[in-house]
Design a protein around this ligand. Structure first.
Ligand code: FAD
Length: 389
């Protein structure tokens, strides 16, 4: 293999290049990125950048030392066997990494709506988070909660409009999500649950019910879609992202996919997973690069992510299914720190969520990896370390 092209200059893209070089690849590497920036980290955009603590989150990677040809401001448009079509012309490849991430979903309406995906998005929003500004955030998911945290800290009058019956209902289920409802009130944020947005208007939101939410600033945080439209019509199979096997191989030879856009087969959980979190973009490229270099590598992680909201560190590891049994560690109504474990029918740990209890997530992740059984009664006792359950 002489020439590898990496499409998407985000974390997964740059990590793929590092992994290829670490794996001994000495051929040419070209990095194609639609944005005009060198690869940067996105998690700080809704935290340190919005809070005004930093303006730059560039990934600490020496692309010059990695001997990469950088093509920024260039978008991939299509793919044939061995040829990538871009806005700047065609490019032949021997190996290809698809790492084009995801794009935010927008709502209907004529009004201006901010989304939060790029550094430009974050800087533009930060400028408008001034004391007294009326900010309507649509969606009480991970991004919505972090934006509401920053906006409230900036002295804005914040309303969060959420279609579900609790915050984080989609990610964690309403029973767990409802334990975060108080966080909004304590931060002075108004939370409207069960409210569907109809349109974004120049002066706020109109709900499906006809009610209005007046606002100077509207932020939409209702999820993302994998950025794979450019692959439509190619031989790469798409289904909620790029479909890859456990080696991160796509349906086209010598083409792999990683990060937010990749929908991989998980041996461990016996299902397909597409995980839109930082740790996946960081780790999966090791497997993708090894696969391209002809090694037998399998990607089979216990997914992990974190969120910082309303002064709490929220962490999650694993993968939960609808039938898993929830066991609380601590009482969220009384205790500042608590966790939730999801156990399978045969008492194995499927997933763990922790609120300011980092030890539980570290130990829980190892237990999920081991696949061993737990004693549910001990799990329910927050005084017993999870590793001793
Ligand atoms: P991306 O970072 O999206 O990079 C993909 C790149 O490909 C982009 O630069 C894009 O412009 C480019 N691209 C797209 N299409 C094309 C094309 N056709 N041609 C060329 N280039 C293209 N995760 C956590 O675990 N914890 C957090 O607290 C957390 N906070 C987050 C906060 C924010 C505001 C956001 C947006 C994400 C957050 N995440 C968090 C998620 C995490 O940042 C992502 O999972 C990670 O960035 C995914 O990396 P990626 O390289 O797959 O995709």
């Amino acid at each position: 293999m002489d020439h590898v092209v990496v499409v998407g200059a985000g974390l997964a893209g740059v990590r793929s290049i590092e992994a290829l070089r670490a794996g001994g690849f000495t051929g040419r590497i070209t990095l194609i990125g639609e944005e005009h920036h060198r690869p940067y980290d996105r998690p700080p955009l809704s935290k340190a950048v919005l809070l005004g603590e930093t303006d730059s989150t560039v990934v600490d990677s020496d692309l010059d030392a990695l001997d990469v040809r950088l093509c920024l401001g260039t978008a991939a448009k299509g793919l044939r066997d061995g040829v990538l079509e871009t806005t700047e012309g065609e490019l032949e490849y021997d190996g290809l990494v698809i790492a084009t991430g995801a794009t935010p979903i927008r709502l209907r309406g004529e009004g201006r709506q901010h989304v939060l995906r790029t550094i430009e998005d974050a800087l533009a929003l930060r400028e408008r988070l001034v004391p007294g500004a009326r900010v309507a955030v649509v969606g009480a998911g991970w991004i919505g909660a972090e934006v509401a945290t920053a906006a409230a800290k900036a002295g804005c009058a914040v309303t969060v409009v959420e279609a579900g019956e609790s915050p984080l209902a989609v990610a964690l289920g309403p029973a767990v999500g409802s334990h975060t409802t108080d966080w909004y009130a304590r931060a002075g944020v108004e939370l409207r649950l069960g409210a569907m947005v109809g349109t974004v208007d120049p002066d706020g939101l109109t709900l499906m019910s006809g009610a209005r939410v007046p606002a100077d600033v509207v932020v939409t945080g209702v999820g993302v879609r994998p950025a794979v439209d450019w692959l439509k019509g190619s031989a790469v199979r798409l289904d909620d992202g790029v479909v890859v096997d456990e080696h991160l191989r796509t349906s086209l030879p010598n083409v792999v996919a990683v990060g937010d856009c990749a929908n991989w087969w998980s041996r461990r959980f016996r299902t397909r997973l597409r995980v839109e979190h930082w740790d996946t973009a960081l780790q999966a490229p090791d497997t993708a690069a090894a696969t391209l270099l002809g090694e037998e590598a399998v990607y089979d992680p216990v997914p992990y992510f974190w969120s910082e909201q309303f002064g709490h560190m929220v962490q999650f590891a694993g993968h939960r299914e609808a039938g898993d049994r929830m066991v609380l560690r601590g009482d969220p109504r009384r205790d500042a720190k608590w966790s939730v474990c999801w156990l399978t029918a045969d008492d194995r740990l499927a997933a763990v969520l922790t609120v300011d209890r980092p030890r539980d997530v570290v130990q829980g992740r190892k237990i999920i990896e081991s696949g061993r059984r737990l004693d549910p009664l001990r799990v329910a006792d927050a005084a017993v370390a999870l590793r001793d359950c």
